[in-house]
Design a protein around this ligand. Structure first.
Ligand code: HEC
Ligand code: HEC
Length: 516
């Protein structure tokens, strides 16, 4: 008995209880079985850098496909270790953060047609652009694709070409140049002093379908856990409803803020980037990532004077409005552009100024406000709305529920108003609208998509798709998919304006990895 225990212990060396503190040892213990090369180094693991989500996807593949056995706690510790030591610099993630932030209605545009056709037809191009590899590692990746997904040669945009040959001869050298593991941005980033994140943050955000909000977020260190934080939220939407929550956060790679926050009983995730006492990004519901708010935040303890935002961000001439300026270390006078007259300061503190104002025609246009010496936040003054744009112009909703494993995915639209001045068009901001849907084309009309695909809320612009599954009432018993034109109607005084967008209602997303 004793002998058996002893040999077991030798075969699988005990992993110390605190996986995070021993991530280096864990990497060797868990990965070397398959990855140790002749020199005893971990082949394939060096030569790549990626985001926390990127590392998570690789590790989950090791578990699902190759049989790696690790606990959830060990996986978390390994993701942290790998993202910290082989991560991406802020400048490397900046152009493609939409994928991390799960803005799934983004329409990607890459210069390289090869990348679009060869790679970004199965997953986002961002999944590629969020990695840095040596040329050898880009080539290994191509081999892995063909080995694991051999049918890619028979698919559209695969069978019309020598996919493997083009990938190795053309795409790989290009990727190695564009997305090199040796990009100096990473060395520069690693040389920087770590940025503090604890303290209290002023947050300004906007949730489509609901409106603006202002919140305070408190961030405290978790004892004995480097880069792990306890988070609590207190805030209010512009319409007065509250927004309170608490949760925990991890800071990866010195700037990648990832938090789980429970807001009034609903689980939300935060994907923010830390940038010198400022946070920026998106928070979205864990189970419904289409429901998400853009946020910006500033840390009080920085002492940096900053204007974050003005709520609301626009004013119509001749109407009295109440502006809330949010920021940090605000001192001095609120300076308004010429033509905006201050009627009364309702509240003034270092973090918030509430002012009642009225604007006349001299103020038409977009202005940056200032408080004392600090400039920031924009205010648009308009007389007439010229044009309405529907955002997003193109959206996808998905049928779901009805006993199936995938929940439905809503679409959320907003109406963006534009004005015209002598020097051209300028953006006013997001305005309330009356929403409706219509058949996008003759096929949609014939198949009565409007009736079957779901319902548009006329007030909020939220489209709720119909239940999943075949529908006996439809032509060929098809499901509740549809192709709809989305219209926002906005009234400005006596004028009614319209903007349109397109909504595809389609089937469930069966495969929903962290990076689309
Ligand atoms: C049971 C064997 C096995 C174990 C254990 C294993 N791997 Fe792998 N790993 C593989 C195989 C096979 C490949 C090549 C195919 C692929 O990329 O999926 C691979 C590839 C990789 C790659 C390259 C992926 C890419 O996209 O190019 C990385 C990085 C990696 N493994 C990391 C790890 C880490 C970290 C561990 C330990 C926590 C680990 N692996 C444990 C079998 C294993
Ligand atoms: C046939 C569809 C398909 C095509 C074409 C395709 N991919 Fe992928 N790719 C996948 C799938 C599926 C995965 C996820 C594998 C997993 O983790 O289980 C993936 C994963 C990846 C990853 C993450 C791998 C990791 O573990 O870090 C990268 C990077 C990537 N692909 C780049 C590319 C590039 C570059 C091309 C073009 C040369 C390409 N892909 C073409 C299907 C495709």
């Amino acid at each position: 008995m004793g002998g058996a225990l002893l040999s077991l212990a030798l075969l699988s060396p005990a992993i110390p209880a605190d996986a995070a503190a021993n991530a280096d040892a864990l990497l060797i213990q868990r990965c070397s079985v398959c990855h140790a090369d002749a020199r005893g180094q971990l082949a394939r693991i060096a030569g790549q850098r990626k985001t926390p989500e990127g590392w998570l996807m690789t590790l989950v593949r090791m578990q699902n496909t190759h049989g790696l056995k690790i606990s959830d706690e060990e996986r978390r510790a390994l993701v942290k270790r790998l993202a910290d030591k082989q991560g991406l610099a802020p400048s490397e993630t900046a152009p493609v953060r939409y994928a991390l932030e799960r803005r799934l209605n983004t329409v990607e545009q890459f210069e390289s047609e090869a990348l679009t056709q060869m790679c970004a037809r199965c997953h986002s191009g961002a999944r590629v652009a969020l990695q840095r590899r040596s040329e050898k590692e880009w080539a290994h990746l191509v081999h892995f694709h063909l080995g694991q997904l051999p049918s890619l040669e028979f698919q559209s945009l695969g069978r019309d070409r020598d996919w493997f040959g083009v990938a190795l001869k053309e795409v790989v050298p290009d990727l190695a140049k564009q997305f090199s593991v040796d990009d100096p941005a990473w060395k520069d980033w690693q040389a920087q002093t770590p940025q503090p994140v604890t303290g209290t943050w002023s947050v300004s955000g906007h949730l489509p379908g609901k409106g603006g909000f202002i919140a305070e977020m408190s961030v405290k260190s978790q004892p004995d856990k480097k880069d792990h934080y306890v988070v609590s939220w207190q805030g209010k939407y512009d319409d007065g409803s509250v927004l309170n929550g608490q949760g925990s956060a991890v800071l990866y790679t010195g700037y990648e803020w990832r938090a789980h926050v429970d807001v009034d009983g609903v689980a939300w995730r935060q994907v923010f980037a830390l940038d010198h006492d400022a946070l920026k990004g998106r928070m979205f519901q864990r189970e419904h990532d289409e429901i998400g708010a853009d946020i910006v935040a500033v840390r009080h303890e920085s002492g940096n004077s900053r204007v974050l935002a003005v709520h609301p961000a626009y004013l119509k001439t001749g109407q009295t409005g109440t502006l809330t300026v949010v920021g940090n270390a605000l001192s001095g006078k609120l300076a308004l552009p010429e033509g905006v007259r201050l009627l009364k300061i309702i509240e003034q503190s270092p973090r918030r100024i509430v002012a009642q104002v009225v604007a006349d025609r001299r103020a038409l246009g977009v202005h940056t406000l200032s408080v004392g010496k600090t400039k920031g936040g924009t205010l648009a003054v308009f007389e007439r709305i010229e044009r309405i744009r529907v955002l997003p112009e193109f959206a996808v909703a998905r049928v779901g529920g009805n006993g199936g494993s995938e929940a439905r995915v809503d679409a959320r639209f907003e109406a963006e108003a534009w004005a015209r001045s002598a020097s051209g068009e300028y953006r006013i901001g997001l305005v309330p609208a009356k929403w409706s849907v219509a058949p996008f084309n003759a096929d949609a009309e014939r198949d009565r998509d409007v009736e079957f695909a779901g319902a548009m809320n006329a007030v909020t612009g939220i489209f709720t798709p119909a239940p999943a599954g075949p529908n006996p009432a439809r032509h060929l018993m098809t499901n509740n998919a549809g192709n709809l034109a989305v219209t926002a109607e906005v009234t400005d005084g006596k004028t009614a304006l319209q903007g349109t967008g397109q909504l595809i209602v389609t089937v469930q997303r069966w495969n929903n990895p962290p990076i689309p």
